[in-house]
Design a protein around this ligand. Structure first.
Ligand SMILES: [Zn+2]
Length: 221
């Protein structure tokens, strides 16, 4: 990586994570059973304030993106991320109904989801990324960098031993992995072609299958 500190590694981030982790510990959960609703609320408010400090520190850094569970990259200001970024609303239901933490929750896990916080460098290191169409984070130069990759296309029939250990993909981008074996066997029905790849579920048997591999990066104008 680029040496950028992950938002989760900051002091505030660690404190918030530790506070959240408590709710996953069995003996801690048992102690919650004995608390009054008022005590439970105080306990939660402490966690909320640590989480808010961590979010604020991350926002103040100015280098902040969120990855949604669907894998899209969002700005912290995105409407669809509000319920994760605003920790008061994330905890609102639990604060209103503290008994949710004492096993009376219809949700399997009553602890609100913590967003996946990322820096720009971390986003750039992702092999694939899609910008949220609502908040439209400015990832243009990243997309350009991706387009700058040049590919060489060839039909499977053109594979030969010099392609061993070259990493192949199908033209739609799905990974086949390194070529590990090629064979053409004469059978009663004609030639039987087989090309095997490290990550492919099944060998490629149609010699006309189009494949591609990366040949370099085109210089950007
Ligand atoms: Zn968004």
């Amino acid at each position: 990586m680029t040496g950028t500190t992950s938002p989760a590694d900051s002091a505030a981030g660690r404190a918030a994570a530790a506070s959240r982790a408590l709710y996953r510990q069995e003996d801690y959960i048992r102690t919650l059973q004995d608390l009054s609703h008022g005590e439970l609320r105080d306990q939660m408010k402490e966690t909320v304030s640590l989480e808010k400090a961590a979010i604020q520190e991350w926002l103040d850094s100015g280098d902040c993106y969120i990855i949604s569970l669907a894998g899209k990259v969002h700005l912290p200001t995105c409407d669809s991320m509000k319920r994760f970024v605003d920790r008061d609303s994330a905890w609102f239901t639990n604060l209103r109904f503290p008994q949710r933490l004492q096993g009376e929750s219809p949700d399997e896990d009553p602890i609100p989801v913590w967003p996946i916080l990322r820096t720009r460098a971390q986003i750039e290191a992702m092999p694939r990324r899609t910008a949220c169409p609502l908040c439209k984070p400015d990832l243009a130069h990243l997309d350009k960098a991706r387009r700058a990759i040049t590919w060489t296309y060839l039909p499977a029939r053109s594979l030969n031993s010099k392609h061993f250990s070259t990493e192949f993909r199908l033209p739609n981008g799905s990974l086949l992995g390194a070529l590990t074996r090629i064979s053409t066997v004469e059978t009663i029905d004609g030639l039987l072609f087989t090309a095997e790849f490290e990550h492919a579920e099944a060998p490629v048997t149609d010699p006309d299958t189009e494949l591609m591999y990366q040949t370099g990066m085109r210089a950007l104008a």
